[in-house]
Design a binder for this molecule. Sequence first.
Ligand SMILES: [Zn+2]
Length: 245
Amino acid sequence: MSEIIKTDAVVLNKLDYGDTSKIAHLFTRDFGKMSVIVKGARSPKSKIGMIVDAINVIQVIIYKKETRDIQLIGSADLIKHFPTIKEDFERIKYATAVIELLLQLTVELDPHPRLFDGTVRIFEIMNNAEKNPKFYFAKYFLFFIKEIGYQFPITHCSVCNKELNDTMQINYNYDSGILCGECGKDRMSHFRFTKELFNLLQCLSSKNNNVRYGDRELDTLIMLLEKFLKYNIDEFKGLRSLKVL
Ligand SMILES: [Zn+2]
């Protein structure tokens, strides 16, 4: 028995399959990540083949069978697309990093509507030419880590729970987390926060977008979050899109 479902989805990627079809990975709002086959999508005249394209937000009808790993897509309508992202190398790079996180770190058929909505929102922001995609990617990265259940420690020392501020010496250790100066003394420090980086992290995790920041701090923070995930999740291979110069 197959069930007919209708849901919104972000297209993560698509690959050729056989002579005429494609297989796409979707992050759907109501069912989480899913693999679908799009029949006839390799033909240049295929409308559905054009709509089911990376980063697009679509509404799909899927014939879903529990016994199948790859579901059959019936139809797709385009809801949102992001032309400015696709025209700009920096934007593509960070949008691809968002997709890599979803591909690597979400579970098939495990719905996560808030993460879905946050993902559509970040693409809308990255598509806005005025915005710096790197800054918003860093913000999304923190949000993503929290949503998949690995909150990155920010406000309090992970050992003594003292509230941290930017006048303190703050260190970071992969085993213990973020450390105040006192607790940092007798533990190995893998990383030392500068005042600027600490403030950036506080701002990124708040609703405030009026933050002054340096490009270097952003790069350092993204690298730190990537290492944090690698340390906590064995399967996580890091973000390939960010390695490209
Ligand atoms: Zn402490």
